[in-house]
Design a protein around this ligand. Structure first.
Ligand code: UDP
Ligand code: LCN
Length: 809
């Protein structure tokens, strides 16, 4: 229950709490006595609330207190450390904002404490790491609602910074002087070595181009420009050139955020990009659904197509004839399970110049032959970074202009390469594991053998702090929601007991954060109503997949009533995806079983065929649920499907049955299947834990379900089908509303534009902020060499990796 009281940002908890405690002194004494009665412990929000309620017997008093400031503070407390007689609270009054207070249970006195003090109370036997000490002069956003709008904030900050004094424009001039493609100057040359000279040249050039016909090609007046010290890159036609000249003149005269953003979107600074996505099976066919191989692969291939298209457009508009190159750098897996992951170089389909470059993992004993879980990957990365850098430089015949990392492993390698070569770096998490597993920080020791979170979380911190910008898919990924901290936010201050205390890990108010949501390939995922585009050649195979009575390694279970609508889900068979949860909800809900069939596409069906620890567990669970709830006749479990065109048609066939898509994950970072289903016009029910909660507006463009309350979730789906039975327009209403939501917010075109703008504006910011970045980089290098390498060594001595080593040749 949330207290409705609105808490002003100006009131600190340390200031307002004593008065609130005083007003309910008697009850609070009882409550705090209860808190400290069990000695030293960590208490989560739910426990705090429960014990607060238990310590009060007068109902009226209890309600008054819960609705007042104290109730609000305790409700906003994420956790508390009890160290009798003290209780230290970690309070999150607003997304991204944390306050720490210590209350003495004897006299109820309150002291504000720092994050460092709080973490010390949790565990005082660990290395203290403080990245914040290097961010003191970095401008930070202040409004939670602005989090994720880093580019716009930076443009505003730059406009005042460039305005500061007569010398302030010098860095911009230096930036422009350094622009080149393979040694050839772009935009200006060394003749324009002062801001005054540049301004004069711009003026002359602008007057000159104003007299030309708008569509006069740049080549026609290129020589004239050279006389003024101006090079190519301003535009392809007189009109475009004039507009860019004018934009820079405006910036030099009086910088304003709009012109700064516009100018950096026009600067020819990015041509070649290296994108690291290392783990899993990275390929263009036959890989989806294999272990560690899901949305990240889909996202990157779509991203490359969109970015290349945008780059080609920009290069044309800049009046250049440069061939942009995007390299997706992944791991070469010799034992590639029938995929192309054993090939070094592969052109990316539907692109002109982009490739997948595969580089193997090498150890002292040779090349690693088999797939290795993303959790066990750390010992191979340093060597991989060196080998991959060499290959990239070779392939591109020079340095890339931008390096983008994906997930922990890709981001770490991107950081190593970018810092070594001084290249602008962007990072993308897709999913940060820390928030997926409850208490994964505090319980790291228990979990380390299986997940190696000590390495993973440290690598994440290194990458988040090295990178120039971070791309996220949603706001919640950064700063969560009112009730739940975001994925990045949960890295602000945390401790791995006995190992390290991150007292300032990553601050979500840092302007490096940007939201750029992905889309789904609309040539593959289009509405079921577009009859002329439907891929009917797949229909017999889909019919077989859904309705044949045959049970084998491809499908288990069958549907006796093919007229019923289908509840559909598709995901990797990971624990967090909760496909077994959905199966159980369905099994238990008689009403739902009457109304609809359940079809899930997930993983492998046979434990002997899987090498993935989590998948094996889930396979066993699925088989026992089928038996326990006697699901055969109403349920079909289909093995992972790898053909995205056929999958697109599958979603549409489910829509033909007037079915729904359900995404039941315990936590989902973004959730590409959600937007794929919505693109196909399938009404969608998705988890309220993570990205889908933001993609769907509950009750408007689909529905949220609580994965921790299966009964409620399955009843919500059953209610939907009942309403559809009573009113056939009900289904169409949600089908259409989902599509509207997608078209306004989730497309790749919007994404590519934003991502390339980040590449150039943060490239400039990196230069402007050089000293601070260098100092931080040295700290990071020390942490990497003295701490991270040790964690990797510790991991190497564990048995899991030893067994992987055996499979080298
Ligand atoms: N997918 C697939 N076959 C499967 C399971 C998943 O093609 O058997 C695809 C799915 O269509 C989507 C991606 O893999 O494009 C999964 O992305 P999502 O973001 O939903 O989850 P992730 O696997 O990345 O956690
Ligand atoms: C990884 C995930 O777990 C998903 O939530 C995302 O949709 C996917 O990557 C693409 O970003």
């Amino acid at each position: 229950m949330a207290a409705s009281l609105s808490f002003k940002r100006s009131d600190s908890i340390a200031e307002s709490m004593p008065e609130a405690l005083k007003q309910s002194r008697y009850q609070m004494k009882r409550c705090f006595t209860r808190y400290v009665s069990k000695g030293k412990r960590l208490m989560k929000n739910q426990q705090l609330m429960e014990e607060l309620e238990k310590s009060m017997d007068d109902k009226v008093e209890k309600n008054k207190l819960m609705e007042g400031l104290l109730g609000y503070i305790i409700f906003s407390t994420q956790e508390a450390v009890v160290l009798p007689p003290f209780v230290a609270f970690a309070v999150r009054p607003h997304p991204g904002i944390w306050e720490y207070v210590k209350v003495n249970s004897d006299d109820l006195s309150v002291d504000g404490i720092t994050a460092a003090d709080y973490l010390k109370a949790k565990d005082d036997n660990a290395l203290e790491i403080d990245f914040g000490a290097f961010d003191l002069s970095t401008p930070h956003l202040t409004l939670p609602s602005s989090i994720g709008n880093g580019t716009q904030f930076l443009a505003r900050f730059l406009s005042s910074k460039l305005n500061e004094s007569s010398d302030s424009m010098k860095p911009l001039l230096d930036y422009l002087l350094a622009l080149n493609y393979r040694g050839e100057n772009l935009m200006i040359n060394s003749a324009l070595n002062t801001v005054n000279k540049l301004q004069t040249a711009l003026l002359l050039a602008e007057v000159f181009v104003s007299g030309l016909a708008k569509n006069t090609p740049f080549q026609k007046f290129e020589e004239r420009f050279e006389e003024w010290g101006l090079e190519k890159g301003w535009g392809d036609t007189a009109e475009r050139v004039k507009d860019t000249l004018n934009c820079l003149s405006e910036v030099l005269q009086a910088p304003d955020p709009v012109n700064i953003e516009k100018f950096f979107s026009r600067v020819p600074a990015v041509f070649n990009i290296a994108i690291f996505s290392i783990h899993g099976y990275f390929g263009q066919a036959d890989v989806l659904g294999l272990p560690d191989t899901g949305g990240q692969v889909v996202y990157i291939l779509d991203q490359v197509r969109a970015i290349e298209e945008e780059l080609l457009l920009r290069i044309k508009q800049q009046g250049l004839s440069v061939k942009p190159q995007i390299l997706v750098v992944t791991r070469l897996i010799p034992e590639s399970q029938g995929t192309k992951c054993n090939l070094e170089l592969e052109p990316i389909l539907d692109t002109k110049h982009s490739h997948i470059l595969r580089v193997p993992f090498k150890t002292e004993t040779g090349v690693l032959k088999n797939w290795v879980s993303r959790f066990d990957i750390y010992p191979y990365l340093e060597r991989y970074a060196r080998d991959a850098s060499e290959k990239i430089l070779d392939h591109l015949e020079g340095k890339p202009d931008l390096i983008i990392g994906n997930y922990t492993d890709g981001n770490l390698v991107a950081s190593l390469m970018a810092s070594k070569l001084g290249i602008t770096q962007g990072t993308i998490a897709h999913a940060l594991e820390k928030t997926k597993y409850e208490d994964s920080d505090i319980k790291w020791k228990e979990l380390d053998q299986k997940y190696h979170f000590s390495c993973q979380f440290t690598a994440d911190m290194i990458a988040m702090n090295s990178t120039d910008f971070i791309i996220t898919s949603t706001y919640q990924e950064i700063a969560g929601s009112k009730d739940r901290p975001g994925q990045y936010e949960s890295h602000y201050a945390f401790t791995l007991p006995g190992l390290s205390r991150f007292v300032a890990g990553i601050n979500v108010f840092n302007p490096k954060f940007n939201i750029a949501s992905p889309g789904a390939d609309q040539s593959v995922y289009f509405p079921h109503t577009q009859k002329q585009k439907r891929l009917t050649n797949f229909h017999p195979a889909i019919e077989e997949l859904l309705y044949s009575q045959v049970e084998n390694y491809e499908h288990i279970g069958y549907l006796t009533d093919s007229k019923k609508p289908i509840i559909f889900s598709m995901a990797r068979l990971d624990t967090v995806k909760n496909i077994s949860g959905l199966t159980e909800w369905y099994g238990k809900n008689k009403r739902l079983r009457e109304l609809a069939n359940l079809v899930v596409v997930a993983g492998l069906l046979d434990t002997s065929k899987s090498k993935d620890r989590e998948e094996i567990n889930e396979i066993q669970k699925m088989h026992s649920l089928i038996e326990k709830y006697k699901l055969k006749g109403q349920f079909r479990w289909i093995a992972a499907q790898t053909d995205r065109y056929r999958n697109g048609e599958l979603y549409r066939c489910i829509a033909d049955s007037r079915g729904v898509f359900v995404q039941p994950a315990l936590y989902e970072a973004f959730g590409l299947t959600v937007i794929e289903a919505m693109n196909c016009g399938l009404p969608t029910f998705a988890t309220n834990q993570g990205g889908p909660a933001e993609i769907i507006i509950d009750g408007v463009s689909g529905f949220h379900i609580n994965p921790n309350n299966g009964e409620e979730a399955s009843n919500k789906i059953a209610d939907f089908f009942e309403k559809c039975k009573a009113d056939s327009s009900y289904w169409h209403k949600y089908s259409t509303a989902g599509l509207v939501r997608i078209y306004e917010s989730y497309t790749w075109k919007i994404y590519a534009n934003k991502a390339l703008n980040m590449g150039s504006i943060y490239g400039f910011w990196k230069q402007l902020n050089k000293e601070e970045k260098q100092a931080k980089q040295r700290y990071i290098q020390m942490l990497y060499s003295l701490h991270f390498r040790n964690l990797v060594r510790m991991m190497q001595s564990s048995s899991t990796v030893a067994s992987q080593q055996e499979s080298t040749m």
